[in-house]
Ligand binder design. Structure first.
Ligand code: ADP
Length: 428
């Protein structure tokens, strides 16, 4: 057995998490550093100083290096939130704050992109990286060429000292064509003069060695490799153990998000469905407006736990709910007027919760049905992640309704997925 180790870093919305794993995928150490909430200067606007990300990453790496003295990783892989974008100078210095994943200010830019982009492009909309790039290019006077970098790309640039490379998962919402592996002409035509698009490589591909000064500071050799990263949700799917077509991952967070590995990409913009390249396969995903947020409106997490103990997952609730916070659904039904169905409401809270859990599970089943109808394989097993994944009653209920094995994923954590991505690249 070898004593080689690998590091995964996840830069999420509330903090940075970093883990060290060994060749068997065992987690040897982890660190978590907080990140302040992004600034919210106006409704729909969210921005953050990238230096804060760097501080969080550096603190986490320092903690790992201290936890495992005398051991250095073979490589480091970083994932971060998708569609968080900034412009930086050639040396990596930010031109200004990054626009966060949920920033929606680039509305006029999105209209312009809408006219040029193919209908099915994931780069449409004010939250996509492409609209943010066009917006930022108008915001900063430039004396030299500015680089467009996603959150993970910028961190990787700091780690290596050489910014300018991204991966094809992060690049998807910047308009990159992950099937033909090139920037389409319509994207090149939209990019304003003086903006440089990053070079795109496969997630996990080696990008360069760790900056010598940084390596020295961490007590590591500068032979440590920095690999191309991925998006946080793709890293979470890797962590959850999805490997083969038919392997699915359901995220039971505030919203219900379905992902399944498929031999071919599936895209259906009407349903908000798009596909990430994932090894030799494709990761097809769709997001419903239903999910845990509807549970939280009526129940605390503790109430959900205790009431669930009294629900028999083998017995139908007799209720036919479509739980939503308000009207409108995109997937599995594309109906902007779909009204929530939450009646009749039984007097017992337990029975109401039963109906809600079952309603969301039925939307999950309908969702995988929709993905299959559009060309994805039917799910053969589902690993669950997110707040609802810890609920065994719900897991059993979902397994009954879907007719396949449903489990709670052994690893929920995107940082672990990034570390696995690094480990899987060890032979190359
Ligand atoms: P987010 O998408 O906001 O990151 P989380 O993954 O943290 O969400 O999940 C939070 C959601 O999980 C909440 O909406 C809550 O209702 C739900 N939740 C928490 N505990 C349970 C539980 N035991 N069973 C089902 N749902 C739960």
């Amino acid at each position: 057995t070898s004593d080689r180790i690998w590091v995964g870093i996840d830069l999420g919305t509330s903090g940075c998490r970093a883990v060290v794993i060994d060749e068997a995928g065992r987690e040897l150490a982890s660190a978590r550093t907080p990140l302040a909430a992004p600034l919210n200067p106006a409704p729909g606007q969210y921005e953050q100083d990238p230096e804060l990300w760097w501080k969080a990453v550096l603190a986490a790496l320092t903690e790992l290096a201290t936890a495992l003295p005398g051991r250095a990783p073979v490589s480091i892989c970083v994932d971060a939130t998708s569609a968080t974008l900034l412009l930086a100078r050639a040396d990596g210095k930010p031109c200004g704050p990054a626009l966060m994943y949920n920033d929606r200010r680039a509305v006029t830019e999105a209209d312009l992109i809408d006219r040029a982009a193919p209908t099915e492009s994931p780069a449409r909309g004010p939250s996509a990286s492409l609209a943010k790039l066009v917006h930022l290019s108008g915001r900063y006077p430039r004396d030299s060429a500015a680089l467009a970098l996603h959150q993970a790309d910028w961190i990787i640039g700091r780690l290596t000292g050489h910014p300018g490379v991204t991966d094809w998962n992060n690049a998807l919402k910047l308009g990159y064509d992950a099937e033909r592996l090139r920037w389409p002409d319509w994207v090149s035509a939209i990019i304003p003069d003086g903006i440089r698009l990053p070079k795109v490589v496969a997630p996990g591909d080696p990008i360069g060695s760790l900056d010598a000064g940084l390596a020295n500071r961490l007590g590591w050799p500068s032979s440590v490799q920095v690999l191309a990263g991925t998006t946080d949700s793709t890293a979470a799917v890797i962590a959850a153990g999805a490997q083969e077509p038919g392997d699915a991952v359901t995220s039971l967070g505030s919203t219900l998000v379905l992902k399944i590995l498929s031999e071919r990409p599936v895209t259906a913009s009407a349903y908000g469905i798009y596909s990430h390249r994932f090894g030799d396969a494709w990761l097809v995903g769709g997001a419903s407006n239903s999910g845990g947020a509807v549970l939280r409106r009526s129940f605390s997490d503790a109430e959900i736990v205790s009431l669930s103990l009294d629900i028999d997952p083998e017995r139908p609730s007799g209720l036919d709910y479509y739980p939503l916070l308000g009207p409108g659904e995109r997937f599995p039904r594309n109906d902007p007027d779909l009204t929530p169905r939450l009646s009749p409401r039984p007097s017992e809270p337990r029975d109401f919760l039963h109906g809600l859990l079952e309603g969301i599970a039925r939307i999950e089943a309908e969702g995988y049905g929709r993905l299959a109808e559009l060309g994805a394989p039917p799910p053969r097993r589902i690993a669950s992640i997110g707040g609802g994944a810890i609920n065994p009653t719900w897991t059993a209920m979902r397994s009954r309704l879907l007719g396949i094995p449903v489990t709670s994923a052994a690893h929920q954590d995107a940082a672990y997925g990034a570390a696995l991505l690094a480990l899987h690249r060890r032979e190359q």
